[in-house]
Design a protein around this ligand. Sequence first.
Ligand code: NAD
Ligand code: UFG
Length: 335
Amino acid sequence: MNILLTGGTGYIGSHTAVVLAQAGHQIVLLDNLSNSDISVLARVKALTRSHIAFVHGDVRNQELVHKVLMDHHIDAVIHFAGVKAVGESVEQPLRYYDINVGGTLSLLKAMRHARVFTLVFSSSSTVYGNPQYLPIDEDHPTRCTNPYGRSKLHVEEMLADLAAADPHWRIALLRYFNPIGAHDSGLIGEDPNDIPNNLVPYIARVAAGKLECLRVFGNDYPTPDGTGVRDYIHVVDLAEGHMAALQALARTNQSLHVYNLGTGQGYSVLEVVRAFEQASGKTIPYHIAPRRAGDIATCYAQAARAEAALGWKAQRTLQDMCASAWKFQASLVLE
Ligand code: NAD
Ligand code: UFG
């Protein structure tokens, strides 16, 4: 297949590009490089020994996206491009709606014009809000508490309307839980430009001596050790989930599919700290800080639907996630 990955030089996009190219697909990456570096392209090419086309551009540029779809005879699109920082979305809601909702709307118009009807969309477990029950299955009610989450939910609703209106479409909404880790090679991984918001990139920088101390946001949650529990999923498992979703869309008669991509297993902040210490051989200094506004106690997936329908199941352990994240972080120190 010829597959366009918007946001393809980003964290999840680059890992997905590697998995798809290694399976023999022709890959085109479109990215405006607002949150990734062009050096990722050479790394993806080196890992896959494949030709990977790159287009520097904005997903909101409908004319450009249409041209890319036509020029490369694209069969399917995976739409990663977007902005994802919860705190920033509270301060800049219009930017979030513009890029995440406006960007998707523009992409969909370009796809319809080019008669490309297969789409995999990067959604998030954040659409479930504060869990009403656990594990969270796909029928759990959706309710968002911040503009980032609402932008994902708006897109999900837009895609459901589109699928209902036009039977040509084949759309998979993938609700990711907490992607962490890196490619085994250590060549690609997650390296945010600013001080990381997320737990594992932050721990990795503490282990590398680039940040002093981890703040553990709260130890009084109703969890076994009082710290927040999340469903961490290895980014390469997640990437493989995208390939499984594309394969399933090729054989289905239904227009819309919704899948959780998680492991079904929750780990606390302190369990992740210990796993990272083991993987890196470094001590991670931390102190207990107040709860972070908007955080929930516990979140993990019911992952059975993806396993049954996609034949996909996350394989990699927390140790694998921490070891690969550390390998990538250590390679950055050497650069
Ligand atoms: P990322 O920031 O590493 O990747 C996003 C890529 O999109 C970046 O390379 C960025 O330069 C590009 N981009 C942003 N705006 C663009 C635009 N207007 N036009 C073209 N390119 C643009 O983020 P990621 O972690 O790889 O996330 C990918 C997707 O998955 C996002 O939609 C995100 O909301 C979603 N998601 C991520 C997580 C997570 O924890 N990483 C969890 C759930 C959902
Ligand atoms: N945490 C800390 N210290 C830190 C960072 C995080 O203690 O410096 C804790 C949090 O309080 C939480 C856990 O580590 O208990 C995980 O936090 P992350 O920020 O890594 O992840 P979240 O679950 O808060 O949210 C992430 C993304 C969301 C996405 C969600 C589900 O930021 O955008 O995963 O995919 F929606």
